[in-house]
Design a binder for this molecule. Structure first.
Ligand code: COI
Length: 337
């Protein structure tokens, strides 16, 4: 076991023992090897460097109450990476290979796994890159797939503590028929400038509206949007440019299991003031309550700045309960390492 102050972990990069790496050449993936050095030697004309031919994933593993290590929904992330690979013309990583890679990377770094009860987890970051040299704009002829892992705590300081969000009206994250629905670095690069501006203005989170009309809610820069209506309905936007979040999918199922109505539909920004509770959700942020949303001169209160609303608290407790093995995994989401 590493000598780490587990309870003080935030969401920061940390070197571990190794990552796992595979190379695709002539239509075949290699067997995968554990690599100690956290560096990649690549061709200066690699397509990922010039034309952004790359995609990534984010998922977590947990030390459960019974002492076992379980990965949360790796097959869902594997499927999503296939969609990202297809849209960016990269060699797809078969789901079985993806899940095996994740298990091997977690296993090889098991002593970096935060112990049960510390609130930490192991963040898993798979990365698919076009590494073949390509100077004309075209897909590469070689791909590298790797999985790195690191112990993490909450993405925003304070865990379930509510945060304030700022609506981005000057910039777009994704075009209507662009790449917002796949997990590629370009979407995050496109959001960095607005993110830094929002941070300087005192907002940890930015909210994007639809690029065409700026009337409908899309998502936060790093996570999906959820609103809970006064009658307890779970509402989340339906849009082609929103990333299909595995956490949102999980929470929708949990909400339905709890007997809540679930609506996936266009959500006008004007509806924000009607919601009883609002949150950002994703692997990294889990469920983060949003207590206030600012758009221009208008400030809309969407929750208590000091605490989480009851419905979000229930959803958070349930998803974390399943992930840490305190509640039954009735949907078969957790995969033992
Ligand atoms: C995740 O939630 O896993 C993400 O990828 C979001 C962010 C840290 C980029």
């Amino acid at each position: 076991m590493q000598n780490i102050d587990w309870a003080s972990l935030g969401f920061s990069y940390m070197d571990t023992h190794c990552h796992i790496r595979y190379v695709w050449r002539d239509g075949v993936w290699s067997e995968g090897e554990l690599v100690k050095e956290p560096y990649l030697k690549m061709h200066i004309a690699a397509s990922c460097l010039h034309y952004g031919q790359e995609a990534f994933e984010g998922l977590k593993a947990f030390r459960c109450k019974d002492g076992k290590v379980r990965i949360f929904r790796p097959h869902a992330n594997g499927e999503r990476l296939i969609g990202s690979a297809r849209r960016t013309c990269m060699a797809p990583v078969p789901v079985d290979m993806f899940v095996d890679a994740v298990k091997r990377a977690v296993k090889a770094n098991e002593d970096f796994m935060p112990p049960y009860g510390t609130g930490g987890s192991m963040y898993i970051r798979p990365l698919l890159l076009g590494t073949g040299p390509q100077i004309g704009v075209a897909p590469a002829n070689e791909y590298t797939f790797l999985v790195m892992v690191m112990p993490v705590g909450p993405y925003y300081k304070g865990g379930l503590k509510p945060v304030r969000a700022l609506v981005v009206d000057e910039y777009d994250r994704a075009a209507p028929h662009g790449t917002g629905d796949i997990k590629i670095g370009g979407n995050y690069a496109a959001s960095l400038y607005a993110h830094e501006e929002a941070k300087r203005a005192g907002y940890p989170v930015e909210l994007y509206l639809d690029a065409k009309t700026r009337t409908f809610i899309e998502e936060f820069a790093t996570s999906n949007f959820i609103g809970i209506t006064k009658d307890g309905t779970y509402v989340t936007p339906d849009s082609h440019s929103v990333l299909p979040s595995v956490t949102n999918d999980t929470l929708k199922q949990i909400a339905a299991d709890l007997g809540m109505k679930v609506e996936v539909r266009p959500v006008p920004f004007d509806e924000v003031k009607e919601f009883a509770e609002v949150a950002a959700c994703g692997t990294a942020v889990v469920v983060t309550p949003i207590c206030e949303i600012t758009r221009g001169d208008t400030v809309i209160t969407t929750g208590d700045p000091d605490g989480c609303g009851p419905v979000l608290q229930k959803l958070y407790d349930t998803v974390q309960g399943i992930q840490y093995g305190r509640l039954p995994d009735t949907h078969g989401w957790c995969v033992e390492v």
